[in-house]
Design a protein around this ligand. Structure first.
Ligand SMILES: Cc1cc2nc3c(=O)[nH]c(=O)nc-3n(C[C@H](O)[C@H](O)[C@H](O)COP(=O)(O)OP(=O)(O)OC[C@H]3O[C@@H](n4cnc5c(N)ncnc54)[C@H](O)[C@@H]3O)c2cc1C
Length: 446
């Protein structure tokens, strides 16, 4: 009897020991992951990536069970992580608002918010029909607060359906509608306008495709099936930039749709019942306007002689294809530094001009990299310099803002990263009412 008892007790003790060991390693693993993630949060805070700039997940800690389903579902990297058994945001500023985390959470602990207590986000007032407080001025796409390609396409189309109902047939303007921007929202609005036979004009400061055009070629683009005017259902879930741009370009060319690229809208003023739209190339009048300009704004220009030359760019796509060129990069922020470094390969000659005497408020890694590239002669730093004139085969700069102290460098390409003008000012000038949102749920289970 005693032997059986001892044997049974021994078995229990062994099982208990085994469970304790497994539990110990499991908890230790969790605690290590937590520590790693706390470190990632600290890094994100240092790099200014922690505070969200637009839509982002908000995790209700009282409900979250730490399943990690949200992290697995998120198509972008390191937006969410588990700390102390609960999901939390890490690089919230990189969230593009897929909402996959919201749908994946098994206990409905996630909502999608815009703005936080600390950082408010400016949002224009728009009705359910996408009309602003200025009658016949519409906003479609990400500018209205909701990101994603599919939403932008849908909103562009809906805005035209609504404005078409309110259109006066005998107005005196040149156009029924002017669409500003040709990202997913602007393309969709343009296609719908053409389908209705409206007199339309679409103005794009850059190239067709909007934000999608500037995605890296290798990026996987997540989307949902969407209904594109003049084409029908596009059944895509996982795709890439090239495929999307090809679909849009094909439907645009097959239907003889005209989009005016490289024409920036500078102001929109309502005169009576007609809008006067002023661009960097001319003036137009229209009975209605759709703003589909996204939230990324317009690149700030230097305002120097020769800046309108074809060799001047405000974003860098595919630096690996640029070789054997004399390049000037202008700016002192992370984008300028990262671009200069990406271009400093092969037989390129790269100069980086920055008006201040030292870089400040940039990622520590970028500072380290730029210093090491400069010391090893891979690129030339031109600190305390300003561009004065861009010529066909050279650029003239001055030192320390001194108009007497000029010098000239040979040049084939210029990349300018002087920050951006946010759409808010543009909207205010057009009379659109804007409110700051300090943490408001855009998508929640309540
Ligand atoms: C890194 C990153 C990854 C993303 N990944 C995805 C993803 O996988 N899936 C997804 O669905 N969404 C993704 N998004 C979000 C998606 O790109 C945007 O929600 C979508 O492009 C918004 O479309 P839009 O037409 O409203 O604006 P945009 O695409 O931003 O287009 C606005 C257009 O307006 C033009 N414009 C601006 N001002 C003027 C002016 N004054 N005059 C003339 N033209 C002007 C701009 O040049 C631009 O072409 C991602 C975004 C980023 C930044």
């Amino acid at each position: 009897m005693d032997e059986v008892f001892l044997e049974e007790t021994g078995g229990y003790i062994f099982a208990l020991l085994l469970i304790s060991i497994v539990l110990f390693f499991y908890l230790r693993g969790k605690s290590r992951t937590s520590k790693k993630n706390v470190k990632k949060i600290e890094e994100a805070k240092n790099l200014g990536l922690f505070e969200p700039v637009s839509l982002h997940p908000f995790v209700n800690e009282n409900i979250c069970i730490g399943s990690g389903a949200c992290i697995e579902a998120c198509p972008e990297k390191d937006i969410l992580a588990i700390v102390n058994g609960r999901a939390t945001t890490v690089n919230a500023s990189r969230c593009v608002g897929h909402g996959a985390c919201f749908h994946a959470c098994p206990v409905q602990a996630i909502a999608l918010y815009i703005g936080t207590e600390k950082r408010g986000v400016d949002l224009p007032h728009v009705s359910q029909e996408f009309e602003t407080n200025v009658p016949m001025l519409f906003i479609a796409g990400e500018l209205g607060g909701m990101g994603l390609i599919k939403n932008a396409v849908e909103q562009g189309k809906q805005a035209v359906i609504y404005l078409n109902k309110k259109l006066k047939k005998d107005h005196k303007a040149q156009f029924d509608v002017i669409v500003v921007g040709s990202g997913p929202a602007g393309i969709s609005a343009t296609l719908k306008s053409a389908e209705y036979g409206l007199k339309y004009k679409t103005l794009e400061q850059d190239t067709i495709g909007g934000t999608v055009y500037s995605f890296p070629r290798s990026k996987i683009v997540m989307t949902s099936p969407m209904d594109l005017p003049l084409l029908g259902k596009v059944k895509l879930v996982e795709t890439n930039k090239d495929e999307l741009i090809t679909i849009w370009s094909d439907v645009i060319s097959k239907n003889n749709i005209k989009i005016d690229e490289n024409e920036k809208v500078e102001s929109i003023v309502k005169e009576g019942e007609i809008f006067k739209v002023t661009t960097d190339k001319g003036d137009y009048t229209s009975f209605s306007v759709i703003l589909a300009i996204g939230r990324r704004g317009s690149p700030r220009k230097l305002g120097v002689l020769g800046e309108n030359k074809k060799k001047v760019f405000y974003r860098l796509l595919e630096p690996e294809h640029i070789d054997n060129q004399k390049i000037l990069v202008v700016g002192g922020g992370d984008s300028a530094i990262e671009s200069a470094i990406l271009l400093a390969h092969g037989s390129n000659t790269v100069h980086l001009s920055y008006r201040a005497e030292a870089f400040s408020r940039i990622k520590p890694k970028n500072l380290e990299n730029i210093n090491s590239y400069s010391q090893s002669g891979k690129l030339q730093l031109l600190l305390s310099t300003n561009v004065v004139e861009i010529k066909d085969e050279s650029v003239v700069l001055n030192r320390g803002g001194n108009s007497e102290d000029l010098f000239e460098i040979e040049n084939d390409l210029v990349y300018i990263f002087a920050g951006g003008e946010l759409p808010v000012k543009f909207l205010e000038k057009a009379g659109v009412r804007i409110t700051k949102k300090f943490g408001e749920a855009i998508l929640s289970h309540k």
